[in-house]
Design a binder for this molecule. Sequence first.
Ligand code: UT7
Length: 317
Amino acid sequence: MSFRILGTGSAAPKFTLTNDQMAEIVETSDEWIRQRTGIGSRRICKDENLLDLSVRAAEEALASAGVRPEELDLIICTTLRGELITPNHACLVQERIGASCPAFDINVACTGLLYALDIADCYFARGKTKKILIVAAEEMSSIVDWTDRSTCVLFGDGTGAVVLGEGDGLRAVTVHAEGNREVLYIPRGEGKLFDGTVVGEPCCVKMDGGEVYKFAVNAMTTGVQKVCEEAGISPSELDFVVPHQANLRIIKAAMSRLHLPMERAFVNIESYGNTSSASLYIALDELVRSGKLERGMNVALTAFGGGLTSGAALFKW
Ligand code: UT7
């Protein structure tokens, strides 16, 4: 026995930064951003903090799962950078929701949810775990270079959560890494040595978009093919693919390689941009709440990100 998804939740900041507003910050246009990425606007933490949003997403997921915080056996948080270096973000969420289980963070960039599901699968296999909360917390607006138009227009802030319980929903999960320091990285920030010398680089996203693009299309496609093969189904039997929302063109290219129509992809990039690991949770939560998912449907999740990492999972809903 492994697990099934009992509930989902998400919370994004209220403030919306449109492409036209972005064009007042860097030399860009609504037309360029929409055509190259499919993004229309993104949410930015202005009046809310990341922890409050994370707690909202977690509480929403717990409520929809009908699970009380005291019942949780584990909390995993996926984040590039939580509120603090320590305590980890999962412990901060644990304190706020009133849970008493172990809690830790993982940083697998945008692929976080898939790695967290893979870890959860191992916990459930031990037989000691009955309920797991996975939370995503991403505040990309605090780690983009707001003078670099090739990256700052792509990202947004958001949080999401899923609650897992024992069951047979998970059919297959796969995770992958191809260590690469150059293509997509974020320095940890500047610090001072004992003699006052400044070391390190500012903490902001550096990316070779074209290289990530090539990796992404291939990784998303092979990930979905692999989980379908493991579960003994053909990709044509997928009812929904929930892809990482990084670029509409990447999603379209992956769907085309899988010979699947775009209607089977869940896409919400237009209003959020790329929220790193939170992107899959927000998309899944919106799909669940749309009422389009029916019992027995085959749903694939697929993502790629810094590392370079990628992963996919297949659920029988
Ligand atoms: O979660 C993982 C995170 N990363 C990704 O998913 C990134 C994957 N890659 C991509 O999504 C695309 O490669 C981008 C959207 C980043 C870029 O799209 P592209 O079609 O590969 O454009 P490009 O980098 O080849 O740039 C084309 C042109 C360049 O001008 P020149 O050299 O042709 O004159 C850029 O300077 O577009 C220019 N450009 C822009 N123009 C207006 C780059 N950014 C902008 C911008 N507005 N924001």
